[in-house]
Design a protein around this ligand. Sequence first.
Ligand code: GDP
Length: 444
Amino acid sequence: MVLDDLGSSLRGTLDDLRGKSRISEDDVESVVTEIQRSLLAADVDVSLVMELSDSIETRALEEEPPAGTPARDFVLRIVYEELVDLIGESTELPLEEQTILLAGLQGSGKTTSAAKMAWWFSTKGLKPAVIQTDTFRPGAYDQAKQMTERAEVEFYGNPDAEDPVEIARNGLEETAHADVHIVDTAGRHALEDDLIAEIEEIEGVVEPDTSLLVLDAAIGQGAKDQAREFHDSIGIDGVVITKLDGTAKGGGALAAVDQTDSSIAFLGTGEEVDDIERFEPEGFISRLLGMGDLGQLAERVERAMEQTDIEEDDWDPEDMLQGNFTLNDMQKQLEAMNNMGPLSQVLDMIPGMGGGLKDQLPDDAMDVTEERMRTFQVIMDSMTDAEKEYPRAIGASQIERIARGSGTSEESVRELLQQYKMMEKTIKQFQGMGSEKEMQRMMQ
Ligand code: GDP
């Protein structure tokens, strides 16, 4: 995740402030040094780092903390506000008819992002179409076609045509009935003049409402020049940062945002069509600072719910935080979690879980594969309701009966009970950790 390192190191530094009511110059200095170190390590541009750390330092020293505010919360709030200010609002993308042009270097993730974005718009009730104009990269057409099929969105491309401008024109005509047009373009290894001329021509035909620059999170300082070139030629309104699942850097993308005076639109977090998040600065930074991101969590839960066909009333993350946890709950939660993506990512979104606590959980608590879930399902079908409600009361003779009845082994039944205990323990750990209330308190 971008600036992940900042999150963990800053949390450590801020924790040193716990219990203090006043903040000294030394305290501010150590927080600022930590921020500078982490941002530079994440490839954030030096001048940006200086600007940010100066503002934090000045505010922390000059502003008077509201009465009764602990030093840690006060500094955390300043860091949060300044980071929100640096990263800015999310690129505006109204949920209505529009045309989006994607630009970027080859391999940055344009084609993948086009399909992912189309999928995202389709979940918002719009009818998107992806138009693939990349005639340069062999395989771009097939890749886009397959991904849009997986995303269940409309696709236009022409593997036999040679002129991308012509493809763009025809594509828009052929998909005129769609609400959102996402036009993918060819990338090259470097910024070549012919690429720029070509994309300018495509831009002229497409007349996009929004042009997005797609950047690999690992790009580093090179992002700045690239962003400037694209911005000068077609005007960049926002940035899509891809491959955030694979790097702890991503600071280069911030330089691109700064350079184009734009903002971040989407974050790509994997290779599948639904591995995309709309960028939300507040949630993103809360998560970064270990305050959790309930907004994202809610969206994931909602998405998982749709896939799992669980009634919304049946699964509420808030309930999970309340405890009162039975095997039936575990089963529903496992199903939903399985659809939400890796549990470790989900935990990052829960307030208070971002810190080291996650690392202390047993690995098995994170590892709920589909196969294990199927076995669990079979075992649970052989249990009585009372056993499911009070799994802790299940003894050796019941284990033997359940194993026999389900055609599994006693070991598998014990494994299920073990998993239950671990999840129950995890949930107990959530309780009393950062609650939504605590987050709100910090945000005031
Ligand atoms: P393009 O040349 O800009 O169109 O780039 P592609 O869309 O073909 O992406 C290049 C490679 O990056 C492909 O192998 C994609 O599967 C992969 N990729 C794209 N976005 C992501 C992402 O968010 N995470 C990961 N892990 N891989 C990605």
